[in-house]
Design a protein around this ligand. Structure first.
Ligand code: PEP
Ligand code: MN
Length: 264
């Protein structure tokens, strides 16, 4: 069902009036994790000042170590909802279990399924049963075929509002945290009718590479870019090495918008 052979037209995912896909370029920015109301609101303020509508922030964090910050859980979702209402934003957050999904639909505008859960088939089925757009990230070592099959799990249950997100894959290369598979964007766009975004934060793991890779994403035809922004990355409870502070984000966004306009 996700195949372009089945449906030649591009799918457009409507997130609270923001259209994702079919030539609309969108951005998803926000902190790695929701840490407090004040921290989340500071980022929301910056998004609002730029006319941006989509904000991310993790409440259930899938961390490699059990001793690392695991996220605020329900309290994180509550903070996101409050900030969304106050700043007129749509919010996106990762959900890791089918049980939390039931809870999350009341707080979120988009359900994110993270790389580590791309083949959590029960979670994919549960996401296919809800009436909310899903942002599905590519698995840590997933082939494109496996990625497409994961999306098929969701659409086969009735939910076709899916955004695919390339977030880098594991290779032998250690210069970057993962290897951004930029060619996945045109491959996914040829094979499927779904919008495709690129997460430049988790693919590179390097703040100095966010802008060049985001430019590449737009140039190659991605429907959007995701990147992490934190008011004070040095004290962030997760991903402190690659989140942008607000002044860095301001110049990143200005340059990226300039590229977006030149590509039109
Ligand atoms: C995230 O976006 O917060 C995240 C954990 O990313 P990924 O699942 O791609 O590692
Ligand atoms: Mn992160």
């Amino acid at each position: 069902l996700v195949s372009r052979k089945k449906k030649p037209e591009n799918t457009v995912v409507d997130i609270k009036g923001t259209k994702v896909g079919n030539g609309n370029v969108n951005y998803v920015f926000g902190p790695c994790a929701v840490e407090s109301y004040e921290q989340t609101a500071a980022v929301a303020e910056s998004l609002k000042s730029k006319g941006l509508k989509l904000m991310r922030g993790g409440a259930f964090k899938p961390r490699t170590s059990p001793y690392d910050f695991q996220g605020l859980g329900l309290e994180g979702l509550q903070i996101l909802k409050r900030v969304a209402d106050e700043y007129d934003l749509a919010v996106i957050s990762e959900i890791v279990t089918p049980k939390d999904l039931e809870l999350a639909v009341d707080y979120l505008d988009v359900i994110q399924i993270g790389a580590r859960n791309m083949q959590n088939f029960e979670l994919l089925k549960a996401a296919g049963d809800v009436d909310k757009p899903v942002l599905l990230k590519r698995g840590l070592s997933a082939t494109i075929s496996e990625f497409i099959n994961a999306a098929e799990y969701i659409i086969s249950r009735g939910n076709g509002n899916i955004i695919l997100c390339e977030r880098g894959i594991r290779t032998y290369e250690t210069a970057t945290r993962n290897t951004l598979d930029i060619s996945a964007v045109p491959v996914l766009k040829q094979e499927t009718h779904l919008p495709v975004m690129v997460d430049v934060t988790h693919s590179t793991g390097r703040r100095d590479l966010l802008l060049p890779t985001a430019k590449a994403a737009l140039a190659i035809g991605a429907d959007g870019v995701m990147a992490e922004v934190h008011p004070d990355p040095a004290v962030a409870l997760s991903d402190s090495a690659q989140q942008m502070d607000i002044p860095t984000f301001d110049s990143f966004f200005k340059e990226l918008k300039d590229i977006e306009n030149r590509l039109k």
